[in-house]
Design a protein around this ligand. Structure first.
Ligand code: FES
Length: 384
């Protein structure tokens, strides 16, 4: 790694530190979720950073002020050096978080991660129903393994943090999902309705719940919240609505190049996990230092500040709150990443969101119509 590269820094604009570092250690994964946020062309990427290269990334980012480090993927447990990476990150002073499906986890691994100093583990489930879970995951053993590992994580003294991605095929089961979380003694549960990036975008028509499904799920979640609060129960339920049912966009990543730094398995540095699809050349940690990337690269400076914004964002009094929404969503739906996120009702492209809602009202599609995320499907998309 070196510090070469042209400077595209914005005069008078000094970015704060990349507080939140996400290390996408690998795109390898034993599961095949049709809503995976990994890029469709992940099969192109085989050249993963080595242990030493990752540790150098952690060191440089920490020097820049990074404080939180998430280990993600693909499935990060596939990396045999995970405990070593966790230890190096903790020695550098990071707060560390493992984001995993639980597949490949064992009691021994949990113990070794705890010894290495891992602070936090989040396990994701596909459904509360074994059959649906295993069908979505593409593994007959996935559900039983997740249950066992969720219990083992809790037994090791970690807070139980569960993530359920909900969509039209499992959201009607929200009551059972919450019950399962309580049976597992979860402390935090993220009930995150699918957001449409990567494979989820490809499968959007088959995944987006209808308005009626969403309203019902939110009502049931709120009833559970009230019940748990009345009992002083420690479990916290977080319900995430999909952008497609909002009228104003989210302030994606808290602003482009503001605090989030994503490093992909091959060392490409991105301001968000989806940015690789944009027609922008992003820098690689094998060629440039983190400081050069963060402060001076064209990719990270492209949508910083407000002067890049066209109308209606430029004169909008909410631009400092939502930054015009999500650049990746604007690109996917309008072909231009600088446009206002079409989620916004002020966007000239908001009709795309309205059309998707109408599509979601139509007869549900079967699970078998989804394109599952795997190497073969990725190669087909790549036509290789
Ligand atoms: Fe890329 Fe929102 S996911 S800017």
């Amino acid at each position: 790694m070196n510090g070469s590269g042209s400077s595209f820094a914005k005069p008078g604009f000094e970015p704060g530190p990349p507080l939140w570092l996400l290390a996408e250690l690998t795109y390898r994964c034993p599961l095949q979720c049709p809503y995976c946020s990994n890029p469709l062309d992940f099969a192109r990427s085989h050249d993963e950073l080595s242990t030493a290269e990752w540790i150098e990334v952690f060191r440089q980012a920490r020097e820049m002020g990074a404080a939180q480090l998430g280990f993600s993927g693909g499935e990060p447990l596939v990396r045999q050096d995970l405990a070593e990476l966790i230890k190096a990150a903790r020695d550098l002073g990071y707060y560390t978080n493992l984001i995993t499906s639980g597949i490949g986890l064992t009691e021994e691994k949990i113990a070794s991660f705890a010894d290495a100093g891992l602070d936090h583990i989040q396990i994701s489930f596909q459904a509360a129903d074994e059959e649906v879970n295993n069908l979505l995951a593409g593994s007959k053993k996935a559900f039983a393994q997740k249950l066992a590992m969720a219990r083992a994580v809790k037994a090791h003294g970690y807070p139980m943090v569960l993530n359920f991605v909900t969509h039209r095929h499992n959201i009607d089961n929200i009551d059972r999902i919450i019950q399962l979380c309580l049976e597992l003694e979860a402390d935090f549960v993220e009930l995150a309705t699918c957001q449409f990036y990567g494979w989820a975008e490809l499968n959007r028509a088959g995944l987006l719940p209808s308005k009626e499904q969403l309203v019902r799920a939110e009502r049931i979640t709120n009833e559970w919240r009230d019940k748990l609060a009345a009992e002083n129960h420690p479990c916290k339920l977080i319900f995430v609505t999909p952008d497609y049912y909002e009228e104003r966009p989210k302030g994606c990543m808290n602003g482009w190049g503001n605090l989030f730094l994503d490093i992909t398995p091959d060392g490409t540095a991105l301001p968000c996990h989806s940015a690789r699809q944009l027609p922008i050349t992003f820098p690689n940690v094998r060629e440039q230092s983190i400081e050069q990337i963060w402060k001076h690269s064209m990719g990270f400076n492209k949508f910083r500040g407000f002067d890049w914004m066209p109308e209606p964002c430029q004169s909008c009094d909410e631009k400092e709150k939502d930054f015009g929404g999500c650049r990746c969503q604007a690109f996917m739906l309008t072909g231009d990443a600088a446009n206002a996120d079409p989620v916004c009702s002020k966007s000239a492209h908001h009709d795309k969101i309205l059309a998707a809602r109408i599509e979601a009202e139509q007869a549900p599609r079967g699970l078998d119509e989804l394109t599952f995320r795997n190497e073969k499907a990725s190669k087909l998309i790549l036509k290789v």
